[in-house]
Ligand binder design. Structure first.
Ligand SMILES: Nc1ncnc2c1ncn2[C@@H]1O[C@H](COP(=O)(O)OP(=O)(O)OP(=O)(O)O)[C@@H](O)[C@H]1O
Ligand SMILES: [Mg+2]
Length: 284
């Protein structure tokens, strides 16, 4: 059988606490994925983003990451040097975040930012980089890519900014794209478009896709497989089609309080204290 694209085992992230101990926020996470659309869901603080950041070598100091296995396309990502991580990010794994305002440099024009990964990761000359960047701006559905190329991020709407960030992340053709709440900052009709765009591009470029989301309905519509996290651990994994009928009590609770259009963007309600204790006792 072909090797999985991404393989994670025993992934743990912890931070030092004020009293000299450690707080474990990702706790022994294990999963493998290929080119299916994988989603990670869970309430706020369950460790979704830090799981992604650990896969990208982006857990901020003084956080500590350990893993028994952390492989991308057969390559061991543990103990990489900072410059080796630089090469992995962009060339091998792309990250799309919620808000392009934090991902794009406000002082650099769009074209330069989309080309940056090509400067870092390819030997393409200037004219070829420009062509590739323009193709990519076109592929993410931006009208008049030649005009957008010269704009600054502050001149883009939220939806345009998100498309530019996606273009910048995909231009070097990474093997895996991680999208962490890529549509949470967008209004409802843009949300679907952007997610569809990400999914289409992942398929066209034969990339693995990990979608991190609060939105269980979105995940049920777009993902193939779903991982459910609770307090730093994976408590459930199932086909997205089964999400509405999970026998897992935590997944069922998340499904039942998924936000409606009216409550979109608000954080997921957290379990009542008594329910949490019961889940903990069950070793979930
Ligand atoms: N730099 C940090 N130092 C200490 N603790 C942190 C740090 N970053 C995150 N944490 C803690 O780690 C836990 C998991 O955070 P993470 O960002 O992975 O959650 P999440 O599931 O992505 O939540 P959200 O849905 O709100 O984005 C949280 O309890 C958070 O407070
Ligand atoms: Mg997060």
């Amino acid at each position: 059988m072909a090797e999985p694209l991404i393989e994670v085992d025993g992934l743990t992230v912890r931070f030092p606490t004020a009293d000299g101990g450690w707080s474990t926020v990702v706790d022994g996470v294990r999963f493998a994925a290929g080119y299916e659309r994988l989603a990670i869901v869970g309430e706020s603080g369950s460790g979704k983003s830090l799981t992604a950041r650990a896969i990208l070598g982006l857990v901020p100091a003084p956080g500590q990451v350990t893993a028994e296995r952390l492989h991308l396309a057969g390559r061991d990502l543990r103990n990489l040097t900072p410059s080796a991580w630089e090469r992995v990010r962009g060339a091998e794994i792309g990250l799309v975040l919620q808000d392009p305002r934090f991902a794009l440099n406000p002082l650099h024009r769009v074209g330069r930012q989309v080309e940056e990964a090509l400067v870092l990761h390819t030997s393409l000359g200037r004219a070829e980089r420009r062509e590739r960047a323009l193709d990519m701006l076109d592929a993410v559905g931006l009208e008049r890519p030649r005009d957008v190329y010269h704009l600054f991020p502050g001149q883009l709407s939220g939806g345009m900014g998100q498309r530019v960030m996606i273009a910048a992340m995909l231009v070097a053709r990474p093997k895996l794209l991680i999208a962490d709440e890529p549509t949470s900052a967008l209004d409802e009709n843009l949300r679907r478009q952007i997610l569809q765009l990400i999914a289409d591009l992942a398929e066209r470029h034969h990339m693995g896709l990990i979608l991190i989301s609060h939105d269980l309905q979105q995940v049920a519509d777009f993902a193939d497989e779903v991982i459910v996290m609770f307090r730093g651990r994976i408590v459930d994994r199932r086909g997205a089609r089964d999400l509405a009928h999970s026998s897992n009590p935590y997944t069922a609770m998340l499904w039942n309080c998924r936000p409606s259009a009216a409550t979109y963007g608000t954080r997921l309600p957290t379990l009542a204290a008594a329910e949490r204790e019961a889940l903990d006792d069950r070793g979930a």
